[in-house]
Every structure is written in C-alpha cells, then in structure tokens.
Design a protein around this ligand. Structure first.
Ligand SMILES: *Cc1c(COP(=O)(O)O)cnc(C)c1O
Length: 376
C-alpha cells in the first residue's frame, strides 16, 4: 500500500485521516442496492449509536450530504404543527439553525446568548415557562466557530421538564467528547463522517429516539428530500437509503469506526485534549491570546486573536504554513480578527510541536513581534 503524503489539518474538519481509512474507499464496484451493502450500512448504523451509548431505542439515520444537512433535517422534521422551536443562539452554528428555520418559515424563538460564555439557564427556563408550545429546544454542543462548549445535560433536562424534545448539534464533538444520550438528556444528536470519526466527507447522520421519529410521521412534511421519518422508514423497511448513498465514503466510515473502537473512547478523548494542551502551550510561548476563557472552551478548538502588529497578515502566515504541510483556518467570529487551531483528526502532540516550529519561522520571516503584541 502506498503512503499518502501526510497533511496536518488544524482546521475544524475535514480532519487528518489515516492511510487505512483513505484506502478503505478503494473497493470493487458494488451496487448499493445489494444485500451485502445493506449489511455494511446496518452495522455502521449500530456502531454510530454505540458511540453515544444508545440502546435499541435509538437509531442512526444516514444521509448523503455535509453536516448541515442534519441541522436542516432535524429542525424541519421534528416540529409538530402548532409547536414552536426554541434555539439557544450563541454562535455561528446555532445562527445557521435559525437561518434554516427562517428558510422554512417555521415558528421559532431565537434566544440570543453571549457568544463567549456559557448560556444563562434561567433565561432558557424563562422562555420555556412563557411559551407552553415549545416542541423542541435546539442547541449546538460545541460552537466550532469560537470553541465554546455548551451545557447539553442541563439544557436537555430543562427541555424534558417542560415536555419538549432536546436536539443538539454534536457535529464537532461527537466521537471526541464522550457523550451518553441518556445521562446527557439527548433525544437527537448529529454528526458528519469527516469530523469526529475521522472519515471522509459526504456522509452525515442524525442519531435519535425511535419513538419520537415514529411520532414525527404525523408532523408536517416540510421537505421532500430532507425528511427524517422518510429516510428512517425506508432504511427500516428496505435496509437501504432512499436515494443513492455515498458508497465509498461508507466503506471509509466503516474502517474509521473500527479504528475508533480500537483506540477507545477515553483514550481518544485524552489524545484530543493532549493535542489541545500542546496548542495552548505554543500560544503561551508566543504570547498569543485567545478569544475565550479556558474554562468555557471545548478543548477541541482554540480561537486565537490576531496580534495588533502591523506585520501580522493571516493569509501570508497561512500560506507559509500550508506550503509546509500545516493548515490553519480563519475565525468565524463576527468583526473580530481571529484564526482557529483545532485538535480534531488523526494527529498527536508531536504534530503540534512541529507546527509551532513552522509557525514561529513564519512570524519571524514576516517580522511579526514575539511575544505577540496586543494593545489592550
Ligand atoms: C462542521 C459543522 C457542521 C457541518 O458543516 P458542513 O460544512 O455542512 O459539513 C455543523 N455543525 C457544527 C457545529 C460543525 O462544526
């Protein structure tokens, strides 16, 4: 087997993958309507549920698309008529959820919260108390734009206390931060193969309670293609996705899951945290400052403020690092200059040490002051 040139991706997914996952895509041609392929998908679905410790009462519903397809599907499929959605809006991904609800013209409450700190549970509870028609609460687990980690367990408990479902976008935490759907009060979560499981792009999944999916059969159908019950029912009755699945990506995902279980939930999470400690260490050595306090961070994304240095030019630093095999990523925080360093993917602390060496060369090359200069 040839080795593929290794790139260190510090962007928030797609992430660095192993060669074994890359090559798992190279399979004999197969028609995905064959029973053999159905078995691959069925076992994949069971493994995806297992990652979040769900039992037979949870199902993984597969879709062909990027992660946003799951946001769209969960939001549009799980709201009964006469019900409203409640979105905790504290970052670019929960803002995206609101855009989806607006696009469908669905009734919703956009509960704006600060983007750099944990949301106010009392405000969420008040919204629930004032509105007795909330169908579900929607919150992003890990706001990937800033690195903010949201309290799903507490918000899930609140949703349940007021008779609402709890949907959380775990795209950038699933298979990294340990999640237990029962203990964390999660009715629905979602992810995409190119993030936590370290697979390829094009396969995404909503994982959730079968009883609610069954009930959603009678909810308004707002999309022909992006409907949760439609896909669930089709997979349950035929063992196939309704429309053409991403065949090769599914083979890669199967290999990625084998590697996930081999590494183990705790060891993998420990590795991501070790990578983030190495990221933080380099920031400290260079005097780089972050947007968020450490206590509210996910340990998966660090949003670094641009130094107030006339020689700082993100694009130039990016290109210098990129040419040497390291990809860094611009920030997603409105009007504030930040870039992101992420601990996703098949990388370890030595990769980060190598990265900091190149990054340091880059800032020196362009005459950026070390330690980094900030005017506040
Ligand atoms: C990456 C990500 C998504 C999906 O983004 P796509 O570009 O559609 O794959 C959704 N939510 C969160 C929190 C993410 O990090």
């Amino acid at each position: 087997m040839n080795k593929v040139e290794r790139k260190i991706l510090l962007n928030p997914g797609p992430s660095t993958t192993t060669d074994t996952v890359k090559y798992a895509q190279v399979v004999p041609d197969i028609c995905p309507r064959e029973k053999e392929f159905g078995e691959v998908m069925a076992s994949l679905g069971r493994d995806l549920v297992k990652i979040v410790h769900g039992g037979d009462d949870y199902a993984a519903v597969l879709f062909c698309g990027s992660g946003t397809i799951c946001i769209d599907i969960a939001l549009n499929s799980l709201l009964d008529k006469d019900k409203k959605a409640l979105v905790v809006q504290n970052g670019s991904y929960s803002e995206r959820a609101c855009e989806v609800l607006r696009a469908y013209g669905m009734p919703h409450i956009e509960l704006k919260q600060p983007i750099d700190t944990t949301p106010d549970l009392a405000a969420i509870e008040e919204a629930l108390r004032k509105n007795d028609d909330i169908g579900y609460i929607y919150m992003t687990h890990h706001e990937t734009g800033s690195g903010l980690l949201n309290p799903i367990r507490e918000v899930g408990a609140l949703a349940h206390r007021y008779g609402a479902f709890f949907i959380t976008d775990t795209t950038s935490s699933y298979a990294m931060i340990p999640i237990n759907v029962y203990e964390d009060n999660v009715d629905f979560c979602m992810a995409s193969a190119q993030k936590g499981i370290m697979g390829m792009t094009g396969l995404s999944y909503v994982i959730g309670r079968k009883d609610i999916i069954e009930r959603s059969k009678d909810f308004p159908v707002r999309s022909y293609y992006c409907n949760l019950y439609m896909q669930y029912h089709y997979i349950e009755t035929t063992g196939q996705m309704h429309f053409t699945p991403p065949v090769q990506t599914i083979y890669a995902a199967r290999q990625a899951l084998a590697e996930y279980f081999e590494e183990g939930e705790d060891r993998k999470w420990e590795r991501h945290q070790r990578v983030m400690r190495a990221i933080h260490q380099g920031e400290e050595e260079l005097g780089l400052r972050e947007m968020l306090k450490r206590e509210v961070q996910s340990s998966l994304v660090s949003a670094v403020r641009y130094p107030d240095d006339p020689n700082w030019d993100f694009d130039k630093i990016h290109d210098y690092c990129y040419e040497r095999g390291f990809t860094i990523y611009p920030g997603k925080i409105e009007k504030k200059g930040t870039f992101r360093l992420c601990a996703l993917g098949a990388i370890d602390e030595q990769d980060i040490r190598d990265f900091w060496q190149v990054f340091t060369e880059a800032v020196k090359h362009y005459g950026v002051q070390i330690p980094a200069r900030y005017d506040d």
